[in-house]
Design a binder for this molecule. Structure first.
Ligand code: SF4
Ligand code: SF4
Length: 163
């Protein structure tokens, strides 16, 4: 895995994000890393997060260079979309984050998913907010590959492919 600082300094710019209105959070929640659930990763913390109904398992379809292949789904964890709370498995292409409120994110900076902490707000309308390569989703998927998500799901009695 590429060497990336998973503990960026607090890069909040609440004034700028208030102006923007939280378009990133309305488009897709940031991806989590296993380290967002304890260092070392603690499956109980992941279970608690999933049981809260506000986090879910999503996946990357298709092959990713360097990861086991062929494989239908490469798992990662993210906050749920508003309206999808309680769904443990949630393949999605975008939605408003469950933690977004009219006053902004309801989580303190250090409790936010890595993908949110890693995104650096732009300084003005002429600039883009910066997510370093690799993308948060791919980086997250690569990190979760080290965790036996399928074994975890089975031990927790979660149905993998709900009908
Ligand atoms: S990080 Fe960027 S896209 Fe997200 S709310 Fe702030 S200014 Fe908007
Ligand atoms: S956790 Fe907070 S910062 Fe991250 S997408 Fe959700 S509302 Fe936005």
């Amino acid at each position: 895995m590429d060497v990336v600082d998973i503990h960026p300094a607090n890069n909040e710019n609440t004034e700028r994000c208030r102006e923007c209105g939280g378009s990133c959070c309305k488009g897709n929640p940031g991806a989590c890393l296993p380290s967002d659930f304890g260092e070392p990763f603690d499956p109980i913390l992941l279970r608690n997060a999933l049981c809260s109904g506000r986090y879910c398992l999503d996946w990357w379809e298709g092959d990713i260079e360097g990861l086991p292949s062929p494989r239908d789904r490469h798992w990662y964890v993210r906050p749920t979309y508003q309206g999808s709370e309680g769904k443990t498995l949630c393949g999605g292409w975008g939605g408003r984050c469950t933690f977004l409120t009219d006053a902004g994110c309801s989580l303190t900076f250090d409790r936010r998913p890595w993908g949110c902490r890693f995104l650096v707000p732009s300084k003005n309308d002429d600039e883009d907010c910066v997510m370093e390569d690799p993308s948060d989703k791919e980086f997250s998927v690569r990190a979760w590959n080290a965790v036996d998500i399928e074994g975890f799901v089975e031990s927790e009695g979660i149905r993998f492919y709900p009908t």
